[in-house]
Structures are given as structure tokens and as C-alpha cells.
Ligand binder design. Structure first.
Ligand code: ZN
Length: 390
């Protein structure tokens, strides 16, 4: 058991200074003062004076087995390294395939998710890839969600992008319905996550699907919405109408996306435009390739996206943009857990929830990472590495 003493707790709501007791992978007790001598068990006390506790990040868009390949085979990005996941503060991860549904397979994604779970974090995956018709494991989206523990939805289905399958609206309606039904029958979120590109139709298809069907808006989750200002404007409209929008922390000027709305500023802009904070999430798009195209549509430059963009944008949102800490933390913890149907097991610091916690220094840098009750990183030293890492 671990007792975290005297920390400022953002659960994500600000709870002030608290002691938090962890045991058997769960948060056992929270109180202003917990005396370890009053409990007849072996407890390690950790002084967190001057530090903050927030829930571990839930990253709902990571290319666990790599992504890309858009400039040929040599441009396929490698699998994630566990130590990088830990350094990024990710304690729950949703794996996705991406552009390549031919040389990348759902079987490999599922195996990688299981490997990361054994190594120490919590993982889930989406069935499918960019493509329509959707590649699946068991013959249909619905069967994958119902029959495979780790599959909780479908995606990232590409729309408004030159790399998409140019799916029809009817096809998208069917995909979303399949996912929703699979989710209903297995008590999972059953979401369809949409990859948005720079295409001129932006979120038009999603608005029309909502208009023309009975599918609840929460089932259609667009990501990469800060890719360009026009798409972002549409996303604000989508969130104000009640949908969830996912900002990609890995898309910014810093990595050469000239048109991108910087994630921390995107968050600020949403709030200034009256979007409810509960409708905003942030994910990294980590470990994917970021292809930059020239006017002729040729790949000009390829980059591998990092998973740690989320923590940097979180700091910028609080320090540079002056957004309330609880609100910022919500977008990478509680809100994501709600989108994915994992709340309150995940995404919060509450008695009974999983003990997935980040300890932050005063400057909001990640000091320590605890997942399922165990330290993966402590005082900036990664304690648990991947099976084949040094
Ligand atoms: Zn994508």
C-alpha cells in the first residue's frame, strides 16, 4: 500500500490538500489526514508536499503499433516503447491503426494492447482503420465490440481527407449504428472515432448524420479538429450542439503544421466561444506519422508524433492561457473516461477508482507516474520499462 501525503489534489476538481491511500491497484481512502500507524498494514508513506496529484492521462488516440507508411515502406513508424508511454504520463491508452489497414493488422494491435497491459498500463483498442468497408477481427464491427474485451468502438474512420475511402453518408450511418449496437450489447461506449483531414467538407457529414438519424451525438467523435482554423470553427459548432470534439495535442506549429490551431489556444478558443468544457477532450495522436504535403499532393516531410505533446499543451493551457487547472485536466482525464465509458473506474481520483495518478511538480512537469497502484516513474526516473528495453 502507498500513502501519498499532503498533496494538492485535482480530482480533476480542486479538492485542496489531501492524503490519498492506494492499495490493490485502487484508491482505498482519501482524507485530510490519514495516519499510517492507525492502519495495521505495511504502508509506504510518500511525502507530496508542494506537489499536485491529477488522474493519469487517458490518451484515446495512439498508434501503438506504429502508423504511417505514406511515403513508402521505409516511412512506417515503429511500435511504441513502454518507457515513452510512462514518461508521457499515459496510464490508459486507446490504440488505433490509421492509414494503413493492409500491412498493419488488428491482430497485431490487439496483441500490442495486451502487451502494454502486462507491462503496466490499461489499454483498449478500436477496430477498423481509415478504410471503408471496415476491416474487422470477427467479421463485423458489432461482433468485434461484443466478443473482444479490448475493443470498445471503431475508428479512426477517415473523412474529409484525401487519404479516406470517400465513404458515403449511408456507409457512415451504418458504421456508427453497428458500433452503437455492439456497445449497447456489451456495456461499452460503442463510439465511432472519425479522423478529420483538411478536406473542404469538414464536419458536414457528421452534422447530417445527427440530423437524419436517431444516433446520439456522443457516439460520433471527431478527432484532429484543430488541424486548420476552418475545421476548428466547425468543431466549435459541433461541440456547442452537444457533441464531443477531440483536439490533437500532437498537431501544432511546433511540428510544422503551419495552419494548425495550437492545442492550448484551441482549448481557450473553445471556452471563449461558449463550449462546455465537458465536451472537449485532448489526445496525442502519438507514434503516428505526420505527413506534410505540398501543393501537388506529394509528401514533403514526414515526422513521428510524440506522446508527450499532451503534457506540454496542458502546461501551456494553464500557464500561458490562464485556463483553470481543473478544466484543463478534465480534457485529458475525466472527459475522456466519459467518452470511452470508463468513468468512474478511470479518469478521476476518487475512493474506489483505479489508482492511476500523476504527481506533478510546481511547474506542472510530471514527477511521478502511478498506474494500477504501482510506481512506473518516480522522481523523474522511469522504473518500469518495456520488456525489451535496456
Ligand atoms: Zn488520424
Amino acid at each position: 500500500m502507498i500513502l501519498l501525503k499532503n498533496a494538492m489534489v485535482f480530482a480533476p476538481e480542486a479538492l485542496g490538500q489531501m492524503d490519498v491511500l492506494l492499495g490493490m491497484g485502487k484508491i482505498v481512502k482519501m482524507a485530510k489526514n490519514i495516519d499510517k500507524n492507525s492502519i495495521a498494514l505495511d504502508i509506504e508513506e510518500v511525502d507530496c508536499e508542494g506537489k499536485c496529484l491529477i488522474p493519469g492521462f487517458i490518451d484515446q488516440h495512439v498508434h501503438m503499433i506504429g502508423g504511417g507508411g505514406e511515403a513508402g515502406f521505409h516511412s512506417r513508424t515503429p511500435e511504441v516503447l513502454f518507457s515513452k508511454v510512462v514518461e508521457a504520463g499515459i496510464t490508459t491508452m486507446l490504440g488505433v491503426l490509421g492509414t494503413d489497414g493492409t500491412t498493419r493488422h488488428l491482430e497485431s494491435l490487439l496483441a500490442k494492447a495486451r502487451a502494454l497491459e502486462i507491462e503496466g498500463i490499461s489499454t483498449y483498442i478500436l477496430t477498423g482503420s481509415y478504410e471503408v468497408p471496415v476491416n474487422t477481427l470477427c467479421g463485423s464491427i458489432r461482433r468485434d465490440i461484443i466478443l473482444i474485451d479490448k475493443v470498445i468502438g471503431v475508428g479512426e474512420i477517415a473523412i474529409s481527407d484525401h487519404r479516406s475511402s470517400q465513404p458515403t453518408k449511408q456507409e457512415l450511418k451504418r458504421i456508427a449504428t453497428e458500433a452503437r449496437l455492439g456497445g449497447m450489447l456489451s456495456a461499452k461506449c460503442g463510439i465511432t472515432q472519425f479522423h478529420l483531414g483538411d478536406g473542404k467538407s469538414d464536419l458536414k457529414m457528421l452534422f447530417e448524420i445527427i440530423e437524419e438519424t436517431e444516433i446520439p451525438m456522443r457516439h460520433l467523435v471527431p478527432t484532429h479538429v484543430n488541424r486548420n482554423p476552418k475545421l476548428f470553427e466547425d468543431a466549435i459548432r459541433y461541440a456547442k450542439a452537444g457533441g464531443y470534439i477531440d483536439i490533437t495535442s500532437g498537431i501544432s506549429n511546433a511540428v510544422g503544421f503551419g495552419k494548425a490551431v495550437k492545442p492550448s489556444k484551441a482549448l481557450k478558443e473553445c471556452l471563449e466561444n461558449g463550449v462546455n468544457i465537458d465536451n472537449i477532450t485532448m489526445s496525442s495522436d502519438g507514434n503516428g506519422s505526420m505527413a506534410q504535403y505540398n501543393d501537388k499532393g506529394q509528401v514533403e516531410r514526414l515526422l513521428v508524433t510524440t506522446m508527450d505533446a499532451t503534457q506540454k499543451e496542458m502546461r501551456d493551457a494553464v500557464i500561458d492561457e490562464g485556463i483553470d487547472m481543473s478544466n484543463v485536466v478534465k480534457t485529458v482525464t475525466e472527459n475522456v473516461a466519459k467518452v470511452l465509458g470508463l468513468y468512474p473506474k478511470k479518469g478521476c481520483i476518487k475512493e474506489g477508482s483505479d489508482a492511476d495518478i500523476l504527481v506533478l511538480d510546481k511547474d506542472l512537469a510530471i514527477n511521478s507516474v502511478i498506474a494500477k497502484g504501482a510506481f512506473l516513474m518516480r522522481d523523474k526516473e522511469v522504473l518500469v520499462k518495456g520488456t525489451f528495453e535496456e
